[in-house]
Write a protein that binds this ligand. Sequence first.
Ligand code: SF4
Length: 553
Amino acid sequence: MDIERDVLEVDVLIVGAGPAGLACAYHLMKKAEVAGGEPPAVLVIEKGSHPGAHSFSGAVMDPSGIARLIPDYIEKGMPFEAKAGADSLWYMSEKSHFKFPFTPPGMGNDGNYIISLNKFTGWLAEQTEATGVEIYPETAAFELIVENGKTVGVQTVDMGLDKEGNPKSNFEPGTIIKASVTVLCEGVHGSLAKQAGEKLGIFDKAINQSYLTGVKEIWEIPDGRMSEGEIIHTFGAPLLSNMYGGGFVYKMSGKMAAVGFAVSLNSPDPTNDPHRWFQEFKMHPSIRPIIEGGEMLHYGAKTIPEGGYHAMPQLYHDNMLILGDSAGFLNSQRLKGIHMAIDSGMMAAETIIDAIGKEDFSKATLAAMQKRFESSPTKQELYKVRNYHQGFEGGILAGMIHFGFQFITGGRGIFDRQEVEPDHAHMRKLAGYFSGGKKPKPPLKFDNKLIYDKLTDVYKSGSKHEEEQPSHLVIADYDICNNRCTEEYGNPCQYFCPAQVYEMVDNEEGGGTHLQLTPSNCVHCKTCDIADPYQIINWVVPEGGGGPNYENC
Ligand code: SF4
């Protein structure tokens, strides 16, 4: 269909109103103010219904990033739940736990804040708008426009199409937004970042990214169970010894506590189910007494880019920069990325200001972003843990040994720049994984008091989508799902999706099952795009405004 599209032109287009994108916009305007003259036209677009609607994290924030961006952040009312208080690390056996007498080096939280990332992001958006930046919510970037190897801008998604892709009466064609620089910061495994990999090769020199899926609920817990600001991190049970991940409980303000669990997507188990591991974590005899009798308020899930320094892309190309979680700015040992996302935004802003001064947005000029990063404290922090996640390829015990060597060798460890297979390649077929009498676990019995089924949890995420639109989970070949995958892997999408988007339902005739999607449940975590063993699921943006509506998360 030939469609006439509106074209909008700005100086700087920022895709994603998360901490990285907002920090970039804010710092850019502050720098421009100091330089004097006409401020650049900066536009931030965000697929959520408002800035923060899709922002989701643990989160214990290292305030060093926000302190650099907005030194008077406390006076400006930055929202936080509590100052980090008593901090402990537990090794979980099946029935009990062992509390480490000390916090391992680099993992302390003194001076940090427990925050709700979606509240923090909303506040940062207000600060940013006050500088003159325009933020368009409900605006989802569908395609990265590249002409002659250079990024021109983006096209936003068409609105008002039916499930088959035909225009409805409210059809609105997506807009082409052109910019001198397009900044990609859509969060983990961004759909435009994927396109930038394919069209511009920015990930070609990086090792494969490794991901965890984190699942979290916000609870109101009875008084006296934890002190405000208390932080508990766990590893061990319920996970098996060949798996990487762990749980956390953070006491927020009032009665609220964040309870969550993250598990690596490089598991060999085709029934690896992050939502189930989380329920088992809550049932653990050491966690249950903390939350039992309380009330579950909110739910969400997201993936976490754990690969570290060696898995980062080239941060620049002609007329393009990439930041934040999209570029893997995350310290995998500390599980902290918000301060780094902000730092990456500030480095991008300084690079863009120089480029505006030179009226040159070529990669020769924007390469200054990479130079800034390589000589920054952020790089130093990432470089010290550059091999951390890869050390756990052989399980927790091997990982601890690697970590010990990395600690005494300044991050080098036994292998430097260890190549790893992509997460999905670790998955074993049913016949191989469940051999020798090993059986899949029986289904959990949800009581909806302590452990919740996926649909109840999705309801608590506030996720909504327009039902009458093309599926934003694009399956390249349903035959593979309905036949080959059923036989070989048992349709792992049913397990790894934390929002029950994928179900195998009985065929009406002839026996067997087929894949049925409920895209409206999706919480935009991207697990399916990463973990599908055949790599035939492509997550693309749905209509703007669709997705979770996180609160206190
Ligand atoms: Fe996450 Fe994919 Fe499920 Fe959406 S469909 S919630 S992106 S796994």
